[in-house]
Design a protein around this ligand. Structure first.
Ligand code: CDP
Length: 235
């Protein structure tokens, strides 16, 4: 199919799954090849978490949570030099900061709150308005875009996920042991899958992708083939 035809009908691709299962690398590559926008919904939860940490917002103080959510603004800027999207919190580039472990340690607690999820959902729906997006997260196929044309649910063994995350953090100069990372992933998986508001769950019509034993290229190709077929169906 020509690139021109691919651009004709745009779909929404939702990639959900566990921390470190390869969602963002897959989503970025799929978006790049289809010339779609990649949206990292975890970055929105992480930016809110950073704001809450900096302003010492108590999660059980609903007034304070409400005021904080009104005061914060999340946006994405495209950096043409790095060729990637930069997450901004009230205009400040927080792309690096939100990936740090102290944010990872707290983000699942913040993401449990209904008001936080509602704020993020408004943004997500806006970004999805003109379709042509690949969004990754936990509840994209099950809650945010239940009518997404393609839903993928990514899983991988805990040890594999932790090893990948360790490598990512090491590349950024953050030093943690494998055990610490396993602990963080296990905690987040537990909170994310058991929370009341839109828990991490495989949508009924989502296609399962286990990335434990496959390469980055294979996982991206798997999703791209499905996406191209879906796009084709619309002609
Ligand atoms: O990249 P990684 O898998 O480590 O996590 P992330 O996508 O950056 O998401 C960080 C956290 O945000 C998750 O552990 C969830 O608690 C929360 N999140 C969520 O609740 N719903 C989403 N759609 C995306 C993230």
């Amino acid at each position: 199919m020509s690139a021109q035809r691919l651009l004709m009908k745009k779909i929404i691709i939702a990639i959900d799954g566990y921390a470190g299962a390869g969602k963002s690398t897959t989503a970025k590559e799929v978006a790049r090849q289809l010339k779609y926008n990649y949206v990292d919904s975890g970055a929105m939860y992480r930016a809110i978490t950073l704001y809450f940490i900096r302003h010492q917002i108590a999660l059980d103080d609903s007034e304070a949570v409400h005021r904080a959510l009104e005061a914060l603004d999340i946006s994405f800027l495209y950096d043409p030099i790095q060729q990637k999207s930069i997450t901004c919190l009230n205009g400040e580039d927080v792309e690096q900061e939100i990936r740090k472990m102290y944010v990872s340690d707290y983000v699942s607690d913040v993401s449990k709150l209904l008001e936080v999820r509602q704020k993020v959902m408004v943004l997500q729906l806006k970004l999805g308005e003109s379709k042509g997006i690949v969004m990754d997260g936990r509840d994209i196929g099950s809650k945010v875009f239940p009518f997404a044309e393609l839903k993928i649910f990514m899983i991988a063994d805990l040890e594999t996920r932790a090893a990948r995350r360790l490598e990512e953090l090491q590349a950024k100069g953050e030093v943690f042991s494998l055990e610490e990372i396993i602990e963080n992933l296990r905690n987040r998986d537990q909170i994310d899958t058991t929370r009341k508001e839109s828990p991490l769950v495989q949508a009924e019509d989502a296609i399962l992708l286990d990335s434990t034993h496959i390469s980055f290229t294979e996982q991206a190709e798997f999703v791209l083939n499905l996406a191209r077929r879906k796009i084709e169906e619309y002609h």
